[in-house]
Write a protein that binds this ligand. Structure first.
Ligand code: AOS
Ligand code: ZN
Ligand code: ZN
Length: 426
């Protein structure tokens, strides 16, 4: 299924005049308030988010999985799906591979395919949370933290193999998420588990190319329900500091205990130059992996407000690896991802509208009411015409979800791939 610029342009015709009206109204109003609308649109166009290779099929839950027709079953088909998302949204210019679920069989061909769709290979993800076929050692009781040196060595070697795979594709970072932890009190010695993890990460770090980063993801619980070795940002930061300058903390929005102040975590990590990557999703209870912005859009905006502040004021913090880490139980995965990409861009655009100088003045004057008004004024602005303008500039859809449906993309994929498809690795 090839979605051409012409298909999208033709479909855009239906809503072009209403988009122009809304855009002119908003752009005039923002310009009269002193905003540079062109700069905002350029920033939106530059902001690209990686799609994980495992999010393109129906993920399901541990209670069951309801397959979605026309799912991609090969890496090539997954990259085609990212290409569809990118054509429509102009925001999904990268893919994040999971190893071993998506090992390329022909590197040159897969790179060519991705290049032709304008897609880069972002961070590569290792997997030591499942036992691999024919592996000698089991991760049942942990991987990098395991009490057995043989298990730790196997997990270290896997991460080094993942770096080598990513290197052949042009990736520049390794994301490490560990399921390591314990199910019951007394099962693990916390100090030994931490120390083993630190030593193992240091071994992997030795194999990291100079221009690479290691991103260490934390999560408070699941699949272990009593303790998790890398439970929070503090532990992740300690481990990153223990490895060196190329190691960073990765924040996944669903990996916090209820009501954690994620925006504050993000702010302090940037101040310390240690925020390396981001997994977007939304959550009501835990690591729900729901559509971005579907539950707590104001919290997402507040996080973006800190990210924008950090990107402008913290040169000590590197560029971040952005990725959507969501799972799809009842929606068409491509529709869900389009909604997530829109929510990310929306929160980013609103954060770009925060008048940082006015906020700073109000903070210095302890004008609490004004501070809130400034943030909420930006949050309440309907920025969608700006997002559409950014997409139009590079040939994307005015309304990606509507075009996806109008152009009958899923129907075409079902025709091409059949009904009984199952994405690999799930
Ligand atoms: C797990 O909960 C984490 O969010 C991981 O980032 C990710 O979902 C996993 O590595 C997928 O393989
Ligand atoms: Zn994640
Ligand atoms: Zn997660």
């Amino acid at each position: 299924m090839k979605l051409t610029k012409q298909h999208i342009e033709d479909d855009n015709k239906k809503s072009l005049s209403s988009q122009n009206n809304s855009y002119n109204f908003l752009a005039n109003s923002l310009t009269s308030q002193g905003y540079n609308v062109d700069t905002i649109i350029s920033k939106l166009s530059e902001f690209q988010v990686a799609i994980p290779s495992w999010a393109l099929g129906a993920g399901g839950t541990r209670f069951g999985r309801f397959s979605f027709y026309g799912e991609p079953s090969t890496l090539e088909q997954k990259i085609d799906d990212v290409g569809i998302l990118h054509s429509l949204t102009q925001t999904a210019g990268a893919v994040s591979l999971h190893i071993p679920w998506d090992i390329p069989s022909d590197y040159r061909a897969i790179k060519q395919q991705a290049d032709s769709l304008n897609i880069k290979f972002d961070s590569v993800n290792s997997n030591t949370f499942q036992d691999q076929k024919n592996a000698e050692e089991s991760y049942k009781y942990g991987s990098l933290s395991n009490t057995s040196k043989a298990v730790r060595d196997q997990a270290i070697q896997h991460n080094i193999d993942v770096i080598n795979i990513g290197n052949q594709l042009g990736s520049k970072s390794l994301t490490v998420w560990l399921a390591d932890g314990s199910c019951f009190p007394g099962q693990n010695n916390f100090q030994t588990a931490f120390q083993n993890t630190q030593n193992s990460l240091q071994e992997i770090y030795k194999g990291l190319p100079d221009d690479w980063k290691m991103l260490i993801e934390y999560k408070p619980y699941e699949p272990n329900f009593y303790s998790t070795v890398i439970q929070d940002w503090g532990v992740s930061l300690m481990l990153a500091n223990g490895c060196g300058d190329k190691a960073f903390t990765l924040v996944d929005l669903g990996h916090h205990l209820p009501n954690s102040n994620i925006e504050q975590i993000v702010a302090i990590l940037q101040l310390k130059g240690k925020l390396g990557g981001f997994h977007f999703n939304d959550s009501k209870y835990g690591d729900d992996d729901l559509t971005v912005g579907s539950i707590k859009p104001y919290a997402l905006f507040l996080i973006f407000n800190e990210l924008v502040y950090g990107m402008e004021n913290n040169p000590q913090n590197p560029d971040l690896a952005w990725m959507i880490d969501a799972s799809h139980n009842v929606k068409d995965p491509l529709e869900d991802l389009i909604q997530s990409l829109e929510a990310i861009q929306e929160a980013y655009a609103k954060a770009l509208l925060v008048d940082q100088d006015a906020l700073r003045t109000a903070q210095l004057e302890n004008d609490v009411v004004k501070c809130q008004e400034i943030l909420q004024g930006a949050f309440r602005t309907d920025v969608r015409p700006l997002l559409a303008a950014a997409r139009l500039k590079t040939g994307g859809a005015i309304n990606p979800l509507q075009s996806y449906r109008n152009l009958a993309v899923r129907e075409a994929l079902i025709k091409e791939r059949g009904k009984n498809t199952v994405a690999t690795g799930l």
